[in-house]
Design a protein. Structure first.
Lengths: 421, 547
């Protein structure tokens, strides 16, 4: 006989009865208050749009032809040196797993992005959901009144639910820290009441004419969700005016910095996945100068995010993934730029049970020939996706039947023990 | 205000009065022919199609729903061919037409309207070139769409169009059909033969064999990897040069290009050359000609039933919002089953010169298209009726149909080629901006999708419904308010503009009361009531779904 275990989950049905409901605080308050391993897990993706150069960031090779003008700097991890363009991140690398040997075969922006965001190579007959969409489709959102998947990515396509459906698309905000568009009724309260009254009448007429079909549309349900969001206290998570000025400054005076701070606030509120995009990495011309600019934005924002999450005891329950669609060529082109390079590139993962103070993979210092060999200790994108799902408590091997009848696993690989622990 | 501007406004006002008042004496932009040309009649073919469905309904044990109202059918046609609900102007003209064959005559006229060619070209363009950006400069989506639109205006043969798409040579600007090829050019400057083979078979033959690129098809074991490779090899000599798309060597010392398959492991030196091959009926291949021209002839061969079934299923999907067989590009093998509705459609299509207009007319006139949406209380009965096409399916409007319908409902007159250039420009930019915010349905736009909260918020609070539903100079709501003879007519016209139906008695009473109270309340209140009426109509489930 199994021992009687009273987990939070087993208490929930009991506590739901009126007599025992005092046992649990209101869900939203509880969700926000939980810390450490007990807290529901979340994912923050920092998407370096355009293809971040590994050589100017996480995998510099100073003093070599491939390394270009980039110098390196010591970090809080012995023997790990990263680009000197990221001095603040150098202080946070003990929280991180650095993977220098991510491999892909997709050297086109659209295809590369689709691959890295979903873990599946794009194909014409099936649109795969992004990793974030899989996560929110599988994890309960609790009492969340705002969408569980938020994209702070004004410049790129909204991450989509693919074959799982639009319901799992991300909710996009354009200007983090500022008012979100379309959340305020454009008329005074009395008129809004009249509008909703009118709408209710029209919905009733439609439902009377099509009783079975009307339920199928879920139109009223969606309207209610939208109205609930418009009035929700949780919208405060999108605002930054409650944050100390010093902290806001630490994240940096940029949309990306503000996006990272909003991401932390959203995660605290119970949002499961946030994607924050930093555009501008497609440096075919003047790569080094381009990365100086980009790193000035990335460095304070990402380092503050990791530090902030750690300070609030949220890093254990939050995975922070910094990645892009591919890397950039070891060779520097005549325009002082670097071109697309999917053969190997870098990503950094912090928190959520991933290894800390660790480095996986290494890449050659010399400029390779036309057909480059794989890097040492390669890590595939599907492997990273499967491990993230696993760490979030989702069975990555679970199969779902797609609308075209094909069974597909959530991840195209198994979780990798070498990435966690 | 200058005299000239006043005169323009006066003329516009008079035109609006004619449309908004129920007598509707204005000549419609869409003037349908007085009768259907005898040789063009589709009665026999439609009767055969209806008989096939009648047998199916009996076999499936379902009863068809009641006929839909004429206005509901008109809205369906307008959504399918124009991408928006009908204008009040057209609705009035349609209602007043009492001549025989009204629907067929109106469908024919709508097919002659450039709006339908433009809209259908954009839909077909997605199946031909996806929604990706494609290679910079070398792929011109606008050229491809314009070419398709020109072909549709001429009611050109789909076989001819297909042959041009597959086999075109030349520059993507001079020979716009060649954009079907250039969209498959890769970063390394090679053509992606696999992509072209997969798309050719999906779009023109209605079969998904893409997975056979790497292995024999798991789900449909008749498709082997060698079939896919053989089809891809027809594109093996294709290249994109400065002179455009060609299958021929550009210099005497250039070795002939071939389709090569690199073995697993990626050893390029061990790649094998694959010869062109077709998976069935090699006798349909012409003896001579370039590779792509021969493949195009095989694809469109008069005996290749897959070709006509594929386009019949796609047009059915565009008319209903849902194809007869799902997914739209993966049909059963035709030889596996007795003739079905797709064969009946396809046969008539072939007999009448492979024109898409034949398919569109037949489908619009068919019994399934004219059934009401399932109305049974029992969801199981409703679902069975819908599955058997004994009821018109309830289908969410696609993004371009949502903004198209909001834009049209915000105007009394049709927004078409005769509209003021500023209105047409606003229509185009609104559509682009709305879809950018609302989300694009992508290449698989015929797959059912659920709505999202952000879409709902955009419709409820966004600027599109706010501006187009506002009582302002020359907007539809302002015209309705100013020119309708009484409160009932205001409500009636608003419902027709947005939902293509008359208000039900409780609805009429509800809004009459609001308008009467507003009249007593004073300045600006009636305007607010009309705006709130339009807001509710725009956000109603009935507006958001085809039914």
């Amino acid at each position: 006989m199994e021992p009687l275990m009273l987990s939070r989950r087993s208490l929930l049905p009991l506590a739901a009865t009126p007599a025992l409901s005092f046992l649990l605080p209101p869900l939203t308050a509880r969700a926000a208050a939980l810390r450490g391993p007990e807290r529901a897990r979340s994912l923050i993706v920092l998407w370096m749009n355009g293809g971040m150069s590994q050589l100017e960031t996480w995998d510099p090779h100073p003093g070599t032809a491939a390394g270009g003008d980039t110098q390196d700097v010591a970090t809080t991890v012995p023997d790990l040196r990263i680009s000197s363009l990221l001095p603040q991140m150098a202080e946070q690398m003990h929280h991180c797993l650095t993977i220098r040997s991510v491999i892909s075969k997709e050297g086109d922006h659209e295809r590369g992005s689709a691959f890295v965001r979903s873990g599946y190579r794009p194909e014409p007959t099936l649109k795969y959901p992004t990793l974030g969409a899989v996560v929110v489709s599988q994890l309960k959102a609790g009492q969340l009144e705002i969408p569980p998947y938020i994209s702070v990515s004004p410049h790129i396509a909204v991450p989509e639910g693919g074959y799982l459906g639009n319901a799992w698309n991300a909710f996009r905000i354009h200007h983090p820290g500022r008012e979100i568009s379309n959340l305020e009724a454009p008329v005074p309260a009395a008129r809004q009441t009249r509008r909703l009254d009118n709408l209710q009448l029209l919905s009733r007429t439609f439902a009377a004419a099509h009783p079975a079909a009307a339920n199928q549309t879920l139109h009223d349900d969606l309207t209610q969700k939208a109205l609930r969001m418009m009035q929700s206290e949780q919208l405060k998570a999108f605002r930054l005016d409650e944050e100390p000025e010093m902290l806001r400054k630490a994240y940096g005076d940029s949309d990306f910095g503000r996006g990272c701070l909003v991401a932390r606030r959203l995660v605290e509120t119970g949002v499961r996945v946030v994607e924050v995009t930093l555009p501008g990495f497609d440096t075919h011309i003047s790569n080094h100068e381009g990365h100086i600019t980009q790193c000035r934005i990335l460095d304070p924002a990402m380092s503050s995010l990791i530090h902030d999450l750690q300070q609030r005891d949220l890093l254990q329950s939050t995975i922070v993934l910094c990645i892009s669609e591919f890397g950039r060529t070891p060779a520097i082109n005549p325009a002082a730029g670097r071109d697309h390079w999917p053969a190997w590139f870098s990503c950094v993962i912090a928190g959520g049970g991933f290894r800390r103070s660790a480095v996986i993979g290494s890449t050659p210092a010399e400029i390779p020939s036309a057909d480059p060999p794989p890097p040492a200790d390669p890590v595939s994108v599907p492997e990273i996706c499967a491990t993230i799902l696993d760490q979030l408590g989702i069975d990555s091997a679970q199969e779902v039947t797609t609308p075209v009848g094909r069974p597909i696993r959530f991840a195209d690989a198994s979780p990798s023990p070498r990435l966690v622990g | 205000m200058k005299l000239r501007q006043l005169l323009v406004l006066a003329v516009l006002g008079l035109l609006m009065v004619a449309v908004v008042q129920t007598s509707g004496r204005v000549d419609p932009v869409l003037a349908p022919p007085a009768q259907v040309v005898a040789t063009d009649r589709l009665d026999t073919a439609v009767a055969q199609l209806d008989a096939w469905f009648a047998v199916k309904w009996q076999a499936d044990g379902v009863s068809p729903t009641a006929p839909a109202s004429d206005l509901a059918v008109f809205r369906r046609v307008s959504l399918a061919l124009f991408g928006c609900g009908p204008s009040l102007e057209d609705l009035r003209a349609f209602q007043q037409d009492t001549q025989p064959d009204r629907l067929d005559r109106w469908v024919q006229q709508m097919l002659r309207d450039p709006r339908s060619a433009g809209y259908l070209a954009r839909r077909l363009g997605r199946s031909l070139a996806g929604v990706e950006q494609g290679p910079f400069i070398l792929f011109r989506r606008d050229q491809l769409t314009d070419w398709l639109e020109a072909q549709l205006i001429q009611d050109a043969s789909w076989s001819d169009m297909t042959r041009q798409l597959i086999a075109s040579e030349g520059l993507w600007t001079d020979s716009p059909a060649s954009n079907f090829i250039t969209v498959a050019r890769m970063e390394n400057e090679d053509i992606d033969e696999n992509k072209l083979a997969g798309r050719t078979v999906r779009t023109f033959l209605g079969q998904r064999i893409d997975c056979a690129q790497c292995h024999d098809h798991f789900l449909d074991t008749r498709w082997k990897q060698r079939h896919f490779e053989g089809l891809a090899a027809w594109f093996g000599q294709t290249q994109v040069t400065l002179g455009g798309v060609t299958d021929y060597a550009t210099s005497p010392d250039q070795p002939p290009l071939e389709y090569r398959v690199v073995p697993p492991g990626g050893d390029a030196a061990a790649a094998r050359i694959v010869a062109p091959e077709v998976p069935f009926h090699p006798e349909w291949l012409p003896e001579a000609g370039g590779r792509r021209a021969r493949l195009a002839a095989w694809v469109t061969h008069p005996d290749n039933r897959r070709f006509e079934r594929a386009i019949a299923n796609r047009i059915w999907g565009l008319m209903f919002g849902r194809p007869l067989h799902e997914p739209v590009d993966d049909l059963p093998h035709p030889e596996d089953k007795p003739d079905d509705a797709l064969d009946l459609l396809g046969r008539e299509f072939r007999a009448r010169g492979d024109r898409l207009s034949t398919l569109i007319r037949m489908i619009a006139l068919s019994a399934p298209f004219q059934r009401a949406t399932a109305a049974a209380d029992d969801p199981v009965i409703s679902a069975r009726q819908t599955a058997a096409w004994a009821a018109f399916p309830l289908v969410r409007l696609r993004p371009e149909q949502v903004i198209g319908s909001i834009f049209q409902a915000g105007r009394v007159r049709s927004v078409d080629q005769n509209s003021h250039p500023l209105i047409r420009l606003t229509r185009m930019t609104s559509e682009n901006e709305f879809i950018e915010e609302y989300g694009d349905a992508g290449e698989d736009e015929l797959i059912p999708q659920s709505g999202t909260i952000s879409q709902m918020l955009l419709k409820m609070n966004g600027r599109f419904s706010r501006e187009l539903g506002k009582v302002d100079l020359l907007t539809g709501p302002a015209q309705v308010l100013a020119l309708s003879p009484d409160d009932s007519a205001i409500i009636e016209n608003s419902f027709l503009m947005c939902l293509s139906r008359h208000p039900e008695p409780p609805e009429l009473l509800h809004f009459q009361k609001q308008l009467q109270e507003a009249r007593q309340a004073g300045d600006g209140q009636r305007e607010a009531v009309v705006e709130d009426l339009f807001w509710a109509l725009f956000n109603s489930p009935e507006f958001a779904w085809n039914h």
